[in-house]
Design a protein around this ligand. Structure first.
Ligand code: DX5
Ligand code: ZN
Length: 230
């Protein structure tokens, strides 16, 4: 369900890319029990990025348990011509869909299609893509979320590119308050505070959550590191 306010909240979003897929349901239940309410699904097509990961079936596999906990499924499409696929991801139970501005000449159209399907619409930029490429979508009022890749998309467990801090600050300053800012790549307990202070409110974390022995506990630690209790 479309809920733009959820995307402006402070949240660490576990990415199931790093989960043990042989027990995906239990892994998702673990982070939901710890308090996670945004579950990130990384879709890769072998074209926009070299690896192939999930399709709509992975969204459908987690959607019911995420929704039952009051959470949302945050789908990150690292695929070419995403506008041709959004309907299938919406039908599978996505709540938020983010496309890459580098993956289509039809960014406005794609975002509008996501919105019309009843989801919140995000646009992502790769590390060398200027933040200004999101300005017109925001000004046109079709953007709910800006995703700043802090690693090159395609693989988990990479080191955060420090240039991203300045881009996050620029995005937060450039975008209307109604648009959330998400950061994705290399987020862990050591980097979470810096990306949050730079301007991100939604922090994707894959290997730092599911690579840990206790994913729920790791989720709590990253959340506490990002936004320490006063
Ligand atoms: C990378 C994906 C990320 C990935 C992050 O292309 O978009 O969401 O899961 O992985 P970590 O948190 O391990 O850097
Ligand atoms: Zn992602």
């Amino acid at each position: 369900m479309r809920d733009p306010e959820r995307l402006r909240a402070r949240e660490v979003a576990p990415s199931i890319l790093a989960a043990d897929l042989s027990r995906l349901g239990a892994q998702v239940d673990d982070v939901l029990a710890a308090g996670a309410r945004v579950v990130h699904v990384d879709v890769m097509d072998g074209h926009f990025v070299p690896p192939i990961t999930f399709g709509p079936n992975a969204v459908a596999a987690v959607a019911d348990r995420v929704h039952a906990a009051g959470g949302i499924v945050d789908v990150h499409l690292m695929i070419e011509r995403p506008e041709r696929q959004v309907a299938d991801f919406i039908a599978a139970g996505a709540d938020s869909i983010t496309i890459h501005v580098e993956a289509t000449p039809h960014v406005h159209y794609a975002l509008q299609a996501v919105r019309e399907g009843g989801c919140t619409a995000g646009a992502a930029i790769c590390p060398a893509t200027p933040v200004t490429l999101l300005a017109d979508a925001a000004a046109a009022g079709v953007l709910d979320l800006a995703l700043c890749m802090s690693v090159n998309p395609g693989w988990g467990n990479q080191r955060l590119i420090e240039h991203s801090f300045g881009k996050l600050a620029d995005l937060r300053a450039m975008l209307p308050e109604a648009v959330g800012v998400e950061v994705d790549g290399g987020v862990n307990a050591a980097t979470a505070r810096a990306v949050a202070e730079a301007g991100a409110n939604l922090l994707v974390a894959g290997s730092a959550v599911f690579g840990a022995a206790e994913p729920g506990e790791a989720w709590r630690e990253i959340t506490a590191a990002a936004w320490p209790a006063p």
